[in-house]
Write a protein of this length. Sequence first.
Length: 435
Amino acid sequence: MNKFIIKFPSFQNNRNSISVFILFVFLILFSCRTPEEYFKNQIKGPVDLPYNTSIESIKSEGDPIKQNVTIDGSNLPAQDEILLQENLGRAFVASIDGWIWKVDLTTNLAEPFVKTPLLPGGMVFHPKNQDIIYMCLSRGKQHESNLNESPGIYELTISTKQIRKIGTRVPLVDKTKEPSNDQIGIFYSKGKETKIPISELNSTNSRNVEKADDLAISKDGERIYFTEPYDHPNSILGVSIQSKQEVLTLGRNGHLWKYDLKDNTASLIAHQYTYLDGILLEYSEKENEFESSILLNELSKSRLIRLHLSGDKSGKDELVIDGLPGFPDGMDRDPNGRIWIAIPVERSKLITWLHKHPFWKRLVLYIPEKLQPVSKKTSIIALSPNGKNPIYYAVHDGSLFSYIIVVVPGKEKLYLAVYQDGFKGFATMPYPNNL
């Protein structure tokens, strides 16, 4: 999970503001950096990304996050994921220092538990063995080269602290294929995917995973689905100039992969989507043992989509809700089935304007990262169980922290994973009273 986005000071769509912006862009080109060619090449025509008025209409007054949050565990570094075991009174936290930390939920004391080979991201428990955690590992800024291990999916046995590689390679994809007119991207439903034994993946039929971001596991513990937001060389987990430019250019490089643990195969489930991030599996009453559909965040397009694996809509993808006020990251369900989504950064009016006027994106790509102001506002959203209706929206002004990366619903409260560099602590808040 990763987050960011360019937000310049107050920008409105009028001639004076546009003129100031253009002058600003040309001035900073004197200290420009040269962006990678693939970012330039993936800029397409104008795109109009809406704002969902129904979300704004339920926005909580004031700053309920700031008013209600509790921050404990002052030694716990910033986090990418929180994995709860409330029945055992503990949580495991993937932190940006490259460690899995263990938190005592009674005392909120945190201690480093195990060092991972790369930066840990999304994590899930094995549904039938709570001693096993599956996790995404990817490069951090300190892992840009000379890797001893590759990004991918790994297994951690809690009782022994042993880490085992599940998979770090994925099949090659024909990127010349385009989605059909009635589809958002290219998607393979149940039984339509092409499986390749993991042991047979090599340099002729596969490539290394560049960025394993978030994952979900099937009810029977046999299938791991994971998102790869983009596959650019040496991709880095977290807030980086690369992730910012991927969002700016709306690259259609998002992949969804599956590792089948029963037959030890790898397969492509979906591609040609924009910045796939958070993921949830869904089940139907008719086919309760096999996942019927998959919910995914298309982060850079500020929306939630669904891929139908089976049923009447098998093989179809659909837009669930769009016009989110920021860039959706991790998501999870609470005990009542409601979907909680973290919005690390709000979507600025400028980025929305740039999507409508893509010519200027090429110039913005040259702006040095240190000159790209980022909004401090961060928020959380709750949706109805089907994902279509917003039922709660709260914004924090950034005075306590920025970048809420995941909202993890517990039995009695919400746990907020904060990804901000330098942040220390374990953030929780009660469920809102008005749900």
